[in-house]
Design a protein around this ligand. Structure first.
Ligand code: HEM
Length: 470
């Protein structure tokens, strides 16, 4: 029997056991990896493709070959991880294949068979989408993102040489059917303690919606339960039925891809000057912008870093409703208000608002690029390849960026945009009465620049392996 609406909406006590998936078995076999949990490899190569004119059949044949040879399912990803834990054998080359709307059009897929999300159909270059997100004009994007993009390949491995060799081998056949219009190389950045960080030096990847048993059990132990924050999430926030899938449980997921350049020198200098203005240590000034200290300690729980090996995620803002500990504008409070919207004056009811809030969650799968030496302070050329999966771009990433991060009046008047990712350009489209608050209340200049991106859909594996007959 196919999975029901109830199965998709259920928040399971312990999540899905990928090693013993029961009724979720078909789903996990046909769903691409990296969606329900990150692929976890240290290095990745991202190739953006444009298929050759007049070569639809050859392109379809190549996609089938690629899917059969390289793409890993959620089940395979989990089996490889289990084998690694048991026998120490690392997983091999990991791969995803995604299509942009222009890719679906090129392949001749009928409109009613395409993923239906509206921003996906418009594409990230669309003017109304750019205005909503507050993105720069496409002319100012990096060359590789300006043109129409058909598809994205992600290949990843822990061993960078194996990865480059694998990519090299794979691209020989690929070049017959497609032009590689852009390439990004990503890597996991680590601090001296081996923790995963982003270029500003903050521990990253702590808070994620969780779907699988292993992640949920580990999170429960690491964060001493879910009393203040429950990371468990239903499949309905990340999956969309794949209209071209060939099994009863064929699903895919929307991927938002954005290249975000970080000016580390500018950020560091700004943290020092903000500290002077506020008469606090720079590390506290930095935490005011992010909502966590660099070591991951949530500001709402402590005004000094705790230096815990695993930063906690079991917290919320119920005892900081005036934001005297953690500012409302802080990046993690903007992008996950943990109940703040339920306390806003216009909230219908706490429960209703909180439920809607949870449905805006995204599964972040980003990776750093550029300079991998944390002692350097690059101004350009380094940053985050921001990737996130979701069931609705409109209700999740776009909403989070436009309505929460950019908006100065969230969740109260006078809060200002998110100092990490809020876009002042986005404010031009806001009601006039919000505008001035935006400029007056930016506590920090913006050191993250959007350099280009696109929306993709990660189709089910049975769609990809049968695409010549679709
Ligand atoms: C260069 C850009 C960015 C940087 C440096 C950055 C950095 C961080 C850091 C350090 C954390 C805290 C660690 C964690 O909870 O995992 C975090 C959390 C988060 N970020 Fe970002 N981020 C960036 C872009 C974005 C974008 C574009 C979005 C979406 C619009 C986003 C959404 C989130 C979310 C949802 C969380 C988790 C919040 C929570 O659940 O507490 N981030 N980010």
């Amino acid at each position: 029997m196919a999975l029901s609406e109830d199965d998709l909406n259920a928040v399971l006590e312990d999540g899905i056991d990928a090693q013993n998936p029961g009724k979720y078995a078909d789903l996990l076999t046909d769903l691409q990896g990296n969606i329900l949990r990150g692929h976890g490899r240290d290095h990745s190569v991202h190739l953006f493709l444009k298929f050759k004119e007049g070569g639809v059949n050859a392109a379809k044949e190549w996609i089938e070959y690629f899917a059969k040879t390289y793409v890993k399912s959620a089940k395979q990803q989990s089996d490889e991880a289990a084998r690694y834990r048991k026998e120490g054998i690392s997983g091999d080359l990991f791969a995803n294949f995604m299509l942009a709307h222009d890719g679906y059009k090129y392949l001749g897929i009928k409109p009613f068979k395409m993923p239906k999300d509206e921003p996906f159909r418009f594409g990230m270059k669309n003017e109304s989408v750019r205005n909503l997100l507050g993105d720069p004009a496409v002319d100012d994007w990096e060359e590789g993102y300006k043109d129409s993009l058909h598809a994205l390949i992600i290949m990843a491995d822990d061993d960078v040489m194996d990865l480059l060799q694998g990519v090299n081998q794979m691209t020989q056949g690929l070049r017959q059917v497609a032009e590689i219009v852009n390439r990004e190389d990503g890597f996991i950045l680590r601090n001296s303690k081996g923790q995963i960080v982003e270029h500003f030096g903050f521990v990253d990847g702590v808070s994620q919606p969780l779907f699988l048993k292993r992640d949920i059990v580990r999170s429960r132990v690491n964060h001493c339960g879910f009393s203040k924050w429950d990371p468990r999430a239903p499949l309905s926030i990340i999956l969309e039925k794949d209209r071209n899938g060939q099994t009863k449980d064929s699903y895919g997921s929307y991927l938002v891809y954005r290249k975000l350049e970080q000016n580390v020198k500018g950020w560091n200098e700004n943290v020092v000057s903000l500290g002077k203005d506020l008469e606090v240590e720079p590390e506290l000034a930095g935490a005011y912008t992010m909502g966590r200290f660099q070591d991951g300690t949530p500001l709402v729980m402590s005004d000094t870093p705790s230096h815990a090996a695993t930063p906690t995620n079991n917290f919320n803002f119920e005892n900081d409703t005036k934001a005297t500990k953690c500012p409302f504008h802080a990046h993690i409070r903007k992008t996950n208000p943990r109940g703040d919207t339920g306390r806003a004056p216009a909230a219908p009811s706490y429960d209703q608002a909180f439920e809607a809030e949870l449905n805006h969650r995204i599964a972040r799968r980003g990776i750093s690029y550029g300079d991998n030496d944390l002692t350097h302070e690059p101004e350009t050329g380094s940053g985050l390849l921001f990737l996130c999966f979701q069931a609705s771009i409109e209700n999740q990433f776009n909403f989070m960026q436009a309505v929460w991060a950019n908006q100065p009046k969230f969740v109260q008047v006078g809060v200002g945009p998110d100092p990490v990712i809020g876009s002042p350009e986005g404010s031009q489209n806001w009601p006039k009465e919000w505008g001035e608050e935006a400029t007056e209340n930016i506590p920090f200049k913006l050191w993250v620049k959007m350099k280009g991106g696109e929306y993709f859909f990660a189709p089910s594996i049975s769609c990809l392996t049968n695409i010549t007959s679709i």
